[in-house]
Every structure is written in structure tokens, then in C-alpha cells.
Design a protein around this ligand. Structure first.
Ligand SMILES: Nc1ncnc2c1ncn2[C@@H]1O[C@H](COP(=O)(O)OP(=O)(O)OP(=O)(O)O)[C@@H](O)[C@H]1O
Length: 253
């Protein structure tokens, strides 16, 4: 589904990524972990299109998307969330989620408006259905009219997930989805991510600091350290890997 092939990225003299290669398999949750400064955010941005790698490629299915803009990637069915919540804070929960549905159906909607009355209605009904499904699924019906500013942090993150889901993505990129959350909020978010995978069959790539959460919900894990890929495998394989243990112990020291 997603293939990262020998990706290199540097900022001036800093080699943030040095030859990263892995696949996120269709319908699975893949995690990327690593200590501070390992290159997780750089990798995430190279995949979502905010950075262009110096070398290497990113494939989505059969298609080389290395040179595509983030918008084009979104149109292909790749949605992302942000480490620092990127919602419209004065707008309601529902309006923020509607924006996600709009991103996905932009082309269809415009042609529908121009040419076909019935198609337009169909499109609008479809969008409404998506919004409703997302709101039900994330159990946020009671706050749909609330502005984002009134919500606690954990719920804001959930709304952001909702906006991404309203795009009906094939691939969902989550940038530190539980960063800054307390234990209960983290457990809730982990459950919703698992539900997305199970109920919608979405392929998920998760970049995260919280190793326990990643070990709990991912079937495959890639470990970075100082811009290099030091391990890859199942949670059991990765947590028993000497290089990984050393990297984390070194970081903790
Ligand atoms: N825009 C940038 N300009 C210059 N250097 C950068 C930039 N982004 C990242 N770096 C450097 O690249 C390296 C990898 O950083 P990156 O943010 O990708 O790591 P990370 O694993 O996401 O870290 P953290 O867990 O702290 O968020 C670091 O040395 C960082 O200082």
C-alpha cells in the first residue's frame, strides 16, 4: 500500500533521514518510533508531501508520489492529522468535519454543481452520510455544535481524527496522535484507531513517542535512531532487539 524506498533527507549539514525503506501493508497499522530527534517527523513529512526527499521514493500502491503536493496526495486518498492540532478553532465540530468531506469530494462536487442537478443532490447526501457516520463512530454527537475552543485536548484530537476520516482515506497518517494526552485519553484514542482499522479497513501509519501504545496496536514497527532505520518487525521482535534497547537506554541516560 505504502512503500518508502531508500529515502534520504537533510537540512543543511544535518542528515535527518539516511536510507529509510519499509512498507506499510494494506489494512494494517504500522508504527514508526524512535528517541527524540530520530527523524520521525521528517519521515512523516516526506510521506505526506511537506518535504521532498533528497533521494529515494515514496510509492502509494503502484504510483510514485514522491513529487506530488500534499493536496494531490489527499485527492488520491491519503489523509493526515497533525502533531499540533490544526483545526479551525472558532468553528464547530461539525463544520470542521465537513471540511474533511469537502476535501475528498472537491472534484466531484464541482462538476456536479456545474452540470447535474440530481448528481449534485446525490453528492450532498453522500457527504451528509459521511459526516453522520464519522460523528457516530467517534461518539461525538453530543458536542457537534460546540466550537473547538470549548473542548478538552483529547476531544480536539478526536475531532481532528474525524476530519481525516471524513475524507474516507485509504491511507491514514497519524502524527503523534496521543502526544500530550493523559492515560485515559490515550486509551480512548488507541481504541478509536483500532476501530478505524477494523471497521473501515483503513491502512494506518502512526508516528509516535508513546512506545507502549505503539506496541499495543501496531502489527509492524519501524525504529529510527539518528536518521537511520535500526530495526523493523513485529512488536515482539522490535522490543527484543538489542539495537533498539540500546537506543532507548541511551536516550534515557
Ligand atoms: N526544518 C528543519 N530544519 C533543520 N533541522 C531540522 C528540521 N527538521 C528536523 N531537523 C533536524 O533533523 C533531525 C530529525 O528531527 P525530527 O524532528 O525528524 O525527529 P523526531 O524523531 O520527530 O524528533 P521528536 O521525537 O523530538 O519530535 C533533528 O536533528 C532535527 O534537529
Amino acid at each position: 500500500m505504502l512503500d518508502v524506498r531508500d529515502v534520504h533527507l537533510s537540512f543543511g549539514g544535518i542528515k535527518a533521514l539516511q536510507g529509510i525503506s519499509f512498507s506499510a501493508r494494506a489494512g494494517e497499522i504500522t508504527g514508526v518510533i524512535g528517541p527524540n530527534g530520530a527523524g520521525k517527523t521528517s519521515l512523516f513529512n516526506a510521506i505526506s508531501g511537506f518535504y521532498r526527499p533528497d533521494r529515494g521514493q515514496v510509492f502509494f500502491g503502484e504510483r510514485d508520489i514522491t513529487a506530488l503536493s500534499p493536496d494531490k496526495r489527499a485527492e488520491l486518498g491519503i489523509a493526515r492529522t497533525f502533531q499540533n492540532i490544526a483545526l479551525f478553532r472558532g468553528m464547530t465540530v461539525l463544520d470542521n468535519i465537513k471540511l474533511g468531506a469537502h476535501t475528498r469530494s472537491r472534484t466531484g462536487l464541482w462538476s456536479a454543481l456545474r452540470y447535474f442537478g440530481p448528481a449534485q443532490r446525490e453528492e450532498l447526501t453522500l457527504r451528509r452520510e459521511i459526516e453522520e457516520r464519522v460523528i457516530d463512530f467517534l461518539e461525538i454527537d453530543h458536542i457537534r455544535k460546540y466550537p473547538i475552543t470549548m473542548l478538552p485536548y483529547g476531544l480536539q484530537k478526536r475531532v481532528e481524527l474525524g476530519r481525516a476520516l471524513a475524507m474516507q482515506p485509504q491511507l491514514l497518517l497519524l502524527d503523534e496522535p496521543v502526544a500530550g494526552m493523559n492515560r485515559e485519553e490515550t486509551a480512548d484514542m488507541a481504541r478509536f484507531i483500532l476501530d478505524v482499522q477494523e471497521q473501515f479497513g483503513t491502512t494506518i501509519l502512526l508516528v509516535e513517542h508513546d512506545m507502549h501504545m505503539v506496541m499495543d496496536i501496531c502489527s509492524h514497527i519501524v525504529v529510527l535512531n539518528f536518521g537511520r532505520q535500526i530495526a523493523e518487525g513485529t512488536p515482539a521482535e522490535v522490543s527484543a532487539d538489542n539495537d533498539v534497547i540500546e537506543a532507548y537506554l541511551g536516550a534515557a541516560a
